[in-house]
Design a binder for this molecule. Sequence first.
Ligand code: PMP
Length: 384
Amino acid sequence: MSVSFRLQSRLPNVGTTIFTVMSKLATDVNAINLSQGFPDFDCDPALVEAVAKHMRDGRNQYAPMQGVLGLREAIAAKYELFHGRRYDPGSEVTVTSGGTEAIFDAVTAVAGPGDEVIVLEPCYDCYVPAIELSGARPVVVSLKLPHYGVDWDAVRTAITPRTRVLIINTPQNPTGAIFTSEDILQLKALVRGTDILIVSDEVYEQIIFDGAQHEGMARHPELAERSFIIGSFGKTYHVTGWKVGYAVAPAALSAEFRKVHQFVTFSTSTPVQYALAEMMAHPERLRELGPFYQAKRDRFLRLMEGSRFRPLPCRGSYFQLMDYSAITDQTDAEFAVRLTREYGVASIPTSPFLYGSSAPRVLRFCFAKKDETLQAAAERLARV
Ligand code: PMP
């Protein structure tokens, strides 16, 4: 049906996200789904019980706008334990409906028409639309192949008097790259003496491998003072469908953030927040997540050893990039579709995470899956 009025899209270049497309294709052709980033195993049953209990106890009305106090206290305690920085639960911690909402709120709170926001591609796909909706201009800097390191000289060149925000992501989706202490030195030098703010997407902070340390902004006072740090409980407790995340930021930044949050969602599911606060009473258990996923990464890599896919280094997150240039010249989108249809394994191409540069011949596989899922997928991939 055609519309009889003029409809001007605010996001003319945006279609259905690649995650929806590939997950639907996986379902349609009954493929093993290593595309979208979610576990195929269940969360701790105690968490489900806790939500049910809080529902039965009548915690079913609006939560406070900034989040349930117990959960904000638990988030603050986690930052103190892991990163040695004390955030005030009253004025510096805000619970949101997923990390995605927190990213949108942070960008919208501080960037607007006339501003520029730098992103490092390939980047998670919600950054650029959030920037565009804010009215600011996305400025895209490419990560350096083959290992997707940050090209700090290129970032420096991209900075102008209009640069308002730099969005970073460590551990990184889709590449599995992480920031090193050298990156932190470069970042400090880059922003020192400027008004540039940082939106630091750290939703995979606990999923880090091979003894590496998460170089989050909270560890570095000079960076923390200008940063919104984004987290997501979906990743840490295997509940991506609950969509609960948060932002921590100094009080002045959090105040602006909350102005947006209160009119985007106002607040987030109450019983779920109470349940998460109970889980967070044991923050030391979060240390188990890195080894848990490292074992899955290593299993997947071992299983793939005989295949013609070549793994790229994965130092964090639950994504493994695989170079397929020994197999075909097809583009990543074409090959991802063919792999799903003909071999029954769904993955994600990196092209939807790219804005300027052309996509290398790599695909992203999510290994947040049961061992038998990884085994079955690898058997199929070995036939390619
Ligand atoms: N940032 C990154 C890098 C992600 O991978 C994701 C989820 N895939 C998010 C943010 C969003 O988190 P949430 O599901 O809590 O909105």
